[in-house]
Design a protein around this ligand. Structure first.
Ligand code: PMP
Length: 454
């Protein structure tokens, strides 16, 4: 046995895969992806797919950039590993920290490195509590997050996240984390206008702060646009009200930039897009465009100063906090994103065009709403367009459309009955048109299957 059959068999017998029904996958066999270039991936049988999901929201720069491979090889030969614990630093890590500080909002100039977004959020959890301890307000322990948020799969990450299916496995969330309403107008807005609903959802934060006791609340954490929850773009009234509330009660604002960071919205950070003043920004994914695992927490100057001046030793870190190879790759990734004006192109061209293109799907009998910011997009599937009523078995139609699109060579994602798009930022117009054309075809075929007598 060789090739596809061999790899599938090895995976079937020896691999346990994330976020999937492993028994079902063992019966079906996994797809084997072997190669990628630009916005496309190929499987081991030579089939090409347009990747409208950039891997997992991460390959911002597109696949197959030889410059990133070259710096990784060079760094591996020169210095494959050294740590930051022993009062040392390595050149790529120092240079990357400076490059990130230059791109981040003006008041944020310091980075703590991790390997992933989950580790970044676990670090946030510890940093926030330490901060209030150092400020002599140790009773500020509660972190408020949102239902249906995604902040990672580690214990603190999954607890900060608001994914009920994750909480059900393993007794999460851990104590001291509270979840409030999400700003998901399409599903939860009822008869309110999006603007009214945005204010209501933001005021859920103030209500919870008052219920918990303002003196006990440490921080509020949120994604600028919820990604895994369904590319939930909050109404325009939401973020200004949140910013007002966190200021009023002197609560730390943690903006999870793991998806929105590094160009996804057409700005460098979601915080730029919404004009936010975060105290902490967890990052990962687009930082290295997924070519090497790396994440981090960008810290506001005031926050970092308190931790540096008052904590003594910071008793937290990972063997690979600031891995030199990942850092070299990330640095080259940022250089290319800047040098080629990739983020600007998303803001000025690709983003607005994508939003327009998605509108071509808005009249479909099964589509309740389309929405997009930058190269993040969503299509809501419904039984009744007027009332926004969902199909009885939520998730089935989304999965059907996703599978039909895959049959036609397009990778997208379905969360419940919401189709999600997050293509590489280098997507060209022709590829964008292909996404729309194939999605439309998948919608038509799903509609025909669901309504066989029409
Ligand atoms: N935060 C957000 C907003 C995410 O989307 C993700 C990953 N999808 C994470 C954190 C966790 O990142 P990682 O998978 O790298 O641990």
């Amino acid at each position: 046995m060789t090739g596809t059959a061999q790899w599938q068999q090895q995976a079937r017998e020896h691999l346990f895969q994330p976020f999937v029904d492993n028994a079902a996958l063992q019966r079906e066999g996994a797809r084997v992806i072997t190669r990628a270039e630009g916005a496309c991936i190929w499987d081991s049988d030579g089939n090409r797919f347009l990747d409208a999901f950039a891997g997992l929201w991460c390959v911002n720069i597109g696949y197959g950039r030889p410059e990133l491979a070259a710096v990784a090889a060079r760094q591996m030969q020169e210095l494959p590993y050294y740590n930051l614990f022993f009062k040392t630093v390595t050149p790529p890590v120092a240079e990357l920290a400076a490059a990130i500080a230059e791109l981040a909002p003006a008041h944020m100039n310091r980075v703590f490195f991790t390997n992933s977004g989950s580790e970044a959020n676990d670090s946030v959890y510890r940093m926030v509590r330490l901060y209030w301890q150092l400020q002599e307000q140790p009773e500020r322990q509660v972190i408020i997050a949102r239902h249906n948020a995604y902040h990672g799969s580690t214990v603190a990450g999954a607890s900060l996240g608001g994914m009920a299916p994750m909480h059900r496995q393993g007794g999460l969330p851990i104590p001291g984390i509270e979840h409030i309403q999400q700003p998901y107008w399409f599903d939860e807005g009822g008869d309110l206008s999006p603007e009214e609903f945005g204010l209501q959802a933001a005021r859920a934060l103030e209500e919870r702060i008052l219920a918990v006791g303002p003196e006990k609340v440490a921080a509020f954490i949120a994604e600028p646009i919820q990604g895994a929850g369904g590319v939930i773009i909050p109404p325009a009234t939401y973020w200004p009200e949140i910013q007002r509330i966190v200021r009023k009660y002197n609560i730390l604002l943690v903006v999870d930039e793991v998806i929105c960071g590094f160009g996804r919205t057409g700005e460098w950070f979601g915080s730029d897009y919404y004009d936010l003043q975060p105290d902490l920004m967890p990052i990962a994914k687009g930082l290295s465009s997924g070519y090497a695992p790396i994440g981090g927490v960008i810290m506001a100057d005031d926050f970092a100063t308190v931790l540096a001046e008052k904590a003594g030793d910071f008793n937290h870190g990972f063997t690979y906090s600031g891995h030199p190879v990942s850092a070299a790759v990330a640095l080259e990734n940022l250089r290319i994103l800047r040098a080629e004006g990739i983020v600007t192109r998303v803001r000025e061209h690709a983003g607005p065009r994508f939003r327009q293109c998605l509108q071509q799907l808005a009249d479909h009998p099964m589509v309740g709403e389309v929405r997009a910011v930058g190269l993040l997009g969503a299509v809501e599937l419904v039984r009744n367009r007027e009332t926004r009523e969902r199909f009885p078995q939520v998730g089935q139609t989304g999965a059907l459309c996703r599978d039909l699109a895959l049959e036609e060579g397009l990778v997208l994602r379905a969360t419940g009955d919401t189709l999600l798009f997050s293509p590489p930022l280098i997507l060209n117009d022709q590829q964008m048109d292909e996404i729309i054309k194939t999605t439309k075809s998948a919608l038509d075929r799903a509609w025909a299957q669901l309504n066989p007598n029409r």
